[in-house]
Design a protein around this ligand. Structure first.
Ligand code: SF4
Length: 512
C-alpha cells in the first residue's frame, strides 16, 4: 500500500532534480527552521485563501515546499509543490480548493531530504475519512517507528520524512477506534521528540504540541466578538492556529493563547475543546526567540523585537567596545544591534544593505561571483564605514564561513577596526528537534575557543552573549527553555544511533 498516494502525483520530476542540485556549500551559514504550520476553521470564509496568506507570513520557516489541504463537505482538496508559497499557488489553484476549514504547511527539510514527495500536508486515508497532516519539529524515535512499520507487509514508506511516520501512527490508531481525538492521543504517545501539529479531518481540525512544547503553536479567533470560554474550551466561532502570531495577524485574527505543551485542541462546529494528553514539561526552543521566529511575533506577552533588543542591551553590558558605530548583520541582527547602541550610547548605522529579493536561486554563480562571496545578499556602505571603528552584531555563528567573509568585506569597505558581537552563546551542539544546525564537526564553536574563532574570522575582537544573560532576558523561568545547542543538555532523550549521527564521538573541549 502506498501511504502517501497523492504525493507523487504532485511532484514534477524537474522540481526534484533542481532541489538535488542545490550545493551544500551554498547553504546559508545559519541554523535553518524546520517548518511552519497553519489551520483555519471558518465555514463562511475562503479558507484556502486565508491559509495561503497564513503560509505567506510563515514563509521564513521554510522555503522549499508549501501545501494546502481544504475540507469541503468532508471531502479533501489538496494542492502542494516545491518552491515559495507565491510560486506554488496561483489565484486559479486557490479557487480550486473549496472548503470550510483548511490546513497548510511551509517546509524546510530536516529529517527527510528536500525531495518534493516530502511536501506537506500529508494526506492519508483512514476508516473515518481522509486526514491531512502538517508537522513542525522532529521525531527522535524515528528509527524504531520506521522499523516497526517496515516489519509489516502492508506498508511501503513513500517519503523519507518523520512526518509520514506520525501520520501512519495516527492512521493506525484511528483505524483501531472510532474517534479522531482518541486516535490522535494514542498516536502521539508513540512519538518522542518535537512536534507541533495541525491536522485536518473530515470532522474538524486537531492542533497539538509535544509534551515539551519545543516548537511554538498559537490559537486565535476571527471576527470582532471573542468566543465565550476559558482555556478548557471555547464556544462556536472562527478559529485560526499558526506556528507564530504573525500568522494570526495577517488574516486579521486575534491571539487567544498558546496551545500548551502536551495539549490537543479539537476545533469543529461546536467550538474548541482542549484535552491535556500528556504531562507537560515546558522547553521552548530558545533559538525561536533569538533568531527563527519573526521579530513581530509575540512570545510571553511581548514581540520578539523587544526581547532581541534587550539581549543586545545585555550584550553591551557584558562586552563593551571602544568603537565609532554599531551596525547589524541584516535583518536578524538588527534589534540586538539597536539594543547594543541604546545601552552603550554608540550611534547605530546601516553599514550593510540587504538585497531583500534574493531567495534561493538554482542558477550557479560564476567563479568570479563566488569569490565576491556573499555580495548577492549583502552590500557594504563605503561612505558609512570608511575610516570607522565598527562593531557588528549578529544573532549567531554556526560554521563561521559567512562571518569571515563579512569581516573581510567591512575592512575592504574602509573600516579600520571590526569588532564582532553575537547575541547568543557559542553553538557547540547540533539540534535533534527540528532545526538544521549541521553535524557537530561542522560547528566552529564545537572545537575552537572564542579566541581561536576571533583569529579565524580576522576580527579585532569577538564576544558572545552569556547563556545566563540570554535566558534571564526572557523574563520567564529559565528552566522553561531548551538551550541544548549551547550546552549539550538535551531535554528529550535521543537514541544513541541518532545522537551519533550528528555528534562527534570524542569529547570536545569547552568553547570558552
Ligand atoms: S537544540 Fe537548540 S535549536 Fe534545537 S530545540 Fe534546543 S535550543 Fe532549539
Amino acid at each position: 500500500m502506498s501511504s502517501f498516494p497523492e504525493s507523487a502525483a504532485n511532484v514534477e520530476p524537474s522540481d526534484l532534480s533542481l532541489l538535488e542540485q542545490w550545493p551544500t556549500a551554498e547553504r546559508a551559514d545559519k541554523p535553518e527552521e524546520a517548518c511552519g504550520v497553519f489551520g483555519v476553521y471558518a465555514p463562511e470564509e475562503a479558507v484556502a485563501t486565508l491559509t495561503y496568506f497564513g503560509l505567506y507570513s510563515l514563509q521564513h520557516r521554510g522555503q522549499e515546499a508549501a501545501g494546502i489541504a481544504a475540507y469541503d463537505q468532508g471531502e479533501v482538496h489538496l494542492h502542494k509543490g516545491t518552491g515559495l508559497v507565491s510560486q506554488v499557488f496561483t489565484d486559479e489553484a486557490l479557487k480550486e480548493i473549496p472548503g470550510q476549514w483548511a490546513v497548510g504547511h511551509t517546509r524546510y527539510s530536516t529529517t527527510g531530504s528536500s525531495h518534493a514527495v516530502n511536501a506537506q500536508p500529508a494526506v492519508l486515508e483512514t476508516r473515518l475519512g481522509s486526514m491531512a497532516l502538517t508537522h513542525n519539529g522532529n521525531i527522535v524515535n524515528v528509527n524504531s517507528l520506521r522499523e516497526a512499520l517496515l516489519k509489516r507487509e502492508n506498508y511501503s514508506l513513500v517519503t523519507t520524512s518523520d512526518s509520514e511516520l506520525i501520520a501512519i501512527a495516527l492512521m493506525e490508531a484511528v483505524n483501531d477506534g472510532d474517534d479522531w481525538v482518541e486516535g490522535a492521543i494514542a498516536a502521539f504517545k508513540r512519538c518522542e521528540g518535537a512536534f507541533s501539529l495541525v491536522i485536518g479531518t473530515p470532522a474538524g481540525i486537531i492542533a497539538a504540541r509535544d509534551p515539551h512544547g519545543i516548537r511554538p503553536l498559537v490559537l486565535g479567533y476571527m471576527g470582532h466578538q471573542a468566543p465565550n470560554g476559558v482555556g478548557a474550551g471555547y464556544s462556536a466561532g472562527q478559529f485560526v492556529v499558526a506556528s507564530e502570531t504573525c500568522g494570526l495577524d495577517i488574516v486579521g485574527a486575534t491571539y487567544l493563547r498558546d496551545v500548551d505543551p502536551g495539549e490537543l485542541l479539537w476545533i469543529d462546529a461546536d467550538g474548541v475543546r482542549s484535552v491535556k494528553w500528556a504531562h507537560a514539561e515546558r522547553k521552548l526552543c530558545i533559538f525561536e526567540m533569538i533568531y527563527f521566529a519573526r521579530p513581530d511575533s509575540v512570545f510571553h506577552g511581548e514581540s520578539l523585537y523587544s526581547y532581541r533588543k534587550r539581549i543586545g542591551q545585555q550584550l553591551a553590558k557584558e562586552s563593551p567596545a571602544d568603537v565609532d558605530l554599531v551596525m547589524a548583520v541584516p535583518d536578524s541582527g538588527v534589534p540586538a544591534a539597536i539594543g547594543y547602541s541604546e545601552a552603550s550610547g554608540i550611534p547605530y548605522a546601516e553599514g550593510l544593505i540587504k538585497n531583500r529579493y534574493v531567495g534561493r536561486t538554482f542558477i550557479q554563480p560564476t567563479q568570479t561571483m563566488r569569490e565576491a562571496g556573499i555580495r548577492m545578499k549583502l552590500n557594504p556602505m563605503r561612505d558609512v564605514l570608511e575610516g570607522k571603528r565598527v562593531l557588528i552584531v549578529d544573532d549567531s555563528i554556526v560554521r563561521g564561513t559567512t562571518s569571515r567573509k563579512l569581516v573581510q568585506m567591512l575592512y575592504d569597505a574602509g573600516a579600520t577596526e571590526v569588532h564582532m558581537r553575537i547575541s547568543s552563546p557559542p553553538v557547540t551542539h547540533p539540534c535533534f528537534y527540528g532545526i538544521d544546525t549541521d553535524s557537530q564537526d561542522q560547528l566552529i564553536a564545537a572545537t575552537k575557543s572564542v579566541a581561536e574563532i576571533e583569529a579565524q574570522l580576522g576580527a579585532d575582537s569577538l564576544a558572545y552573549l552569556s547563556w545566563e544573560g540570554m535566558l534571564a532576558a526572557t523574563g520567564v523561568a529559565v528552566d522553561s527553555f531548551c538551550s541544548a545547542c549551547f550546552t549539550g543538555d538535551y531535554p528529550i532523550d535521543i537514541p544513541v544511533q541518532v545522537k551519533n549521527s550528528k555528534l562527534m564521538l570524542e569529547k570536545i573541549p569547552a568553547a570558552v
